[in-house]
Design a protein around this ligand. Sequence first.
Ligand code: LMR
Length: 398
Amino acid sequence: MFEVLPQLAPDPILGLSAAFKQDTNPNKIDLGVGVYKDEQGNTPILSAVAKAQTILLEREKSKTYITPQGVQGFIDGMLGLILGEKSPVLMADRVAAVQAPGGCGSLRILAELLTRVNKDTKVWISDPTWANHIPLMGNAGLSLETYPYFDKATASIRFDAMMDTLRKVEKGDVVLLHGCCHNPTGADLTKEQWQQVVEVAKEREFLPFVDLAYQGFGDGLEEDAYGVRLLCENLPEVIIAASCSKNFGLYRERVGLAAIVTADSATKKIAQAQIQSVARGMYSMPPSYGGALVDIILSDVALKQEWETEVNEMRNRMSTLRSLLVEKLTANGAQKDFSFVNNQKGMFSFLCITPEQVQKMRNEHSVYFVDSSRVNVAGISQANIDDLAKAMVAVINS
Ligand code: LMR
């Protein structure tokens, strides 16, 4: 019966890994999937995570089911990290939350919850956005619209156009915002721009849906939570999908948090039961392991400190590579000014080159990155940066 299904094209992001593996060029460079890599090109287990694993092995005495919401210590720790320990919405008992299988799992169950509120809910996504936002929202049955976000020609945020669209968004619509380190562009809103988004959300009464997958990779753990905290402190309702894949390096463990800030504590109870019922109908409950590790790290002062240091190191390495790339491109005589790359934040840089140029990088130089021109900065190293800059200049100047 499955022959009736159409053949699918490879996933625009994950498909790159398969193509990269098949390339026999010994000097190939992988700047595709958003996974942190060190100077040697490895994705190591963070040392705080390795220590937490040892503790967990000792501590865990049973594999019986955990509670439907997940590991409570994980939820509390993550809410503190995202919203701040003294967050007014936490103090007012207005936040329902569950552990979910990764950032994707969080996005998907929140999308499903939105369909329970109103099956015709419209979700506004940034143009461009992370490719997987589209199926994660769309497969839940939500209808999608886009708001302008980034202009490739000027390599900057189209903030006026974005605001013009948000001023037309209707009450009850949902606006999906990247909390920090916008994927794919690396272009983040300033504090003043976040303030304006809060104002328009109040005025239009839309629901902000914050995807926070890179906390700590932009300017710092606290700094990267600025936008989400501002929204939560000023609006009655916000929903948040957070991921521990990148900042805890827990990719394959699938660790995420889905949180719903409600208007009051009574509604929180309803939302808590509803989101758990959504999860029950999809996968019952989240896997415990990764959440238990995050719980151990966040509740231990020394381990938390160690983890924060590791996050800072990852961020600083990516930011150094970013400026080094710009330097090398200039030194190699690039006819395009890439200085805008220095203003981008997080794991990704958007090179603002054409899909044809991206294809040439892949086909002629074995450098793999997403067609949109998004590169994973962490895939750059001292060992490959010269080859990368030369290849880019060859493609751009031709
Ligand atoms: C990415 O954007 O590359 C990562 O978030 C991995 C993924 O699942 O797409």
